[in-house]
Design a binder for this molecule. Structure first.
Ligand code: PLP
Length: 418
């Protein structure tokens, strides 16, 4: 409570903006994940990996826009292409070379993608991939996993039933549990159109899928004839060709999103040529902004020139090294404090051993998460409210040292609560 009060006292302008927003925005904003109490911090300016809020506090940005902010706030090559596009115009209602160029890069990079189509968000990419799978198989049901997140209307809690009202016949299995996946897939084998999975549950707490679990899903898709979809909206950054290339397990379809358009709005779905061929004929996929030239052009530069396969690999290794340092802090003190994740994405956990399956956090864990978030803000470090870090490319070694020191201070100052 003291941390909340101190937070609120220092941010009168963010508090006032929140009050005004409640008058016109349902819930006070348009993104549930950033609608935390007592009111969200309003950011007004960014540069490299720094942010400034409405009350003029400066932060090291380790939230990285939930992985979409991979390039930071002022990558000059992305700014240059955007300025060039704006000079030429943006609303042509036509195809263009930027779209073809980005598609060529995506198809070359991701092993499962023979053909791709673009959308405005990861959510739409997943909805279209599920549509394609259902049309291709002539079947209805979709197997998804508890704790998974595939977009606003595709949210699957770790326990209990989904609040989604989407009229799709989902059957749910337990993540990282081969027996559960086998039982559910076989029970619905004849009706199963798709199996959709995140190679690492991102929103669910940066919980990597075990390779043998993903291999089991590959076998189950072969056995049942269902289309295996990897939702790599977040994990595609984990190598030049995403987790599928890292693990050597190739799904039938893949969905993408987040950073790929250099920070512009983006989503995509792609896969085997025979599945995607439906879009030449029987399936329609329109969308005014699907190929908007800002996203297409920025994406070509972001993926073609900046986030090359080599850069992706180096960024992954950097994150692995950071997580090892962070894990040493709790281990050295014997505290239940660790970080789950892979590469440049990680989430703080207040239980040991590190969880490898989705779980419902205890009230104590919820409180510690909130305290951790406020303590990091106090130290001038901005994370996702749930304690997730997504490193952007401009984050430097001194920034990482600063974060490690802030986590060590948290472990010291809050030891009695842990
Ligand atoms: N899939 C995964 C794995 C995600 O993490 C997200 C967003 O966080 C989405 C899909 C939805 O993407 P978007 O927010 O662009 O709709």
């Amino acid at each position: 409570e003291a941390a909340r009060t101190a937070y609120a006292a220092k941010r009168p302008r963010s508090a006032a903006l929140h009050e005004q927003a409640l008058e016109v925005l349902a819930g006070g904003n348009t993104r549930t994940v950033i609608a935390y109490g007592p009111f969200p911090t309003a950011m007004t300016r960014g540069e490299d990996c720094r942010l400034w809020d409405l009350d003029d506090h400066a932060y090291l940005d380790l939230c990285g826009e939930y992985t979409a902010g991979l390039f930071g706030h002022s990558e000059p090559r992305i700014h240059a292409v955007l300025h060039d596009v704006l000079r030429r115009g943006i609303n042509f209602a036509s195809v263009g070379p930027g779209e073809e160029k980005l598609a060529r890069i995506v198809c070359a990079r991701f092993p499962s993608i023979d053909r791709v189509r673009f959308t405005n968000s990861g959510t739409e990419g997943n909805l279209m991939a599920l549509t394609a799978a259902r049309a291709f198989t002539g079947r209805d049901k979709i197997m998804a996993f508890r704790g998974g997140y595939h977009g606003g209307v595709l949210t699957f809690p770790a326990a209990g039933s989904s609040p989604s009202t989407l009229p799709l016949p989902f059957v749910l299995a337990d993540y990282n549990d081969n027996d559960s996946a086998i039982a559910v897939a076989r029970a619905h084998a004849k009706d199963l159109a798709a199996i959709i999975v995140e190679p690492m549950q991102g929103s669910g707490g940066c919980l990597p899928a075990r390779p043998d679990f993903l291999a089991t899903l590959r076998d189950l898709a072969n056995e049942t004839g269902a289309v295996l979809i990897f939702d790599e909206v977040m994990t595609s950054r984990h190598s030049g060709g995403g987790m599928q290339a890292r693990l050597g397990i190739t799904p039938d379809m893949t969905t993408l999103g987040k950073y790929i358009a250099g920070g512009m709005s983006f989503g995509a779905f792609g896969g085997r040529a025979d599945i995607m061929a439906q879009f030449g004929g029987k399936l329609s996929h329109a969308g005014t902004f699907n190929n908007n030239v800002l996203s297409m052009s920025a994406g070509g530069v972001a993926m073609g020139e900046i986030f090359t396969a080599e850069v992706a690999e180096a960024h992954f290794q950097r994150g692995e090294a950071l997580r090892a340092r962070l894990d040493d802090i709790g281990a050295a003190k014997g505290l239940p404090l660790c970080f789950t994740g892979l590469g440049s994405m990680m989430t703080v956990q207040f239980r040991t051993p590190a969880p490898d399956r989705p779980f419902v956090p205890t009230a104590r864990e919820e409180q510690l998460r909130e305290l951790f978030f406020f303590d990091m803000l106090e130290a001038g470090i901005y994370l996702a409210r749930r304690g997730m870090v997504a490193l952007s490319l401009p984050v430097g070694d001194a920034d990482l040292d600063r974060f490690v020191a802030a986590v060590a201070a948290f472990a010291d100052n809050r030891a009695e609560l842990l």
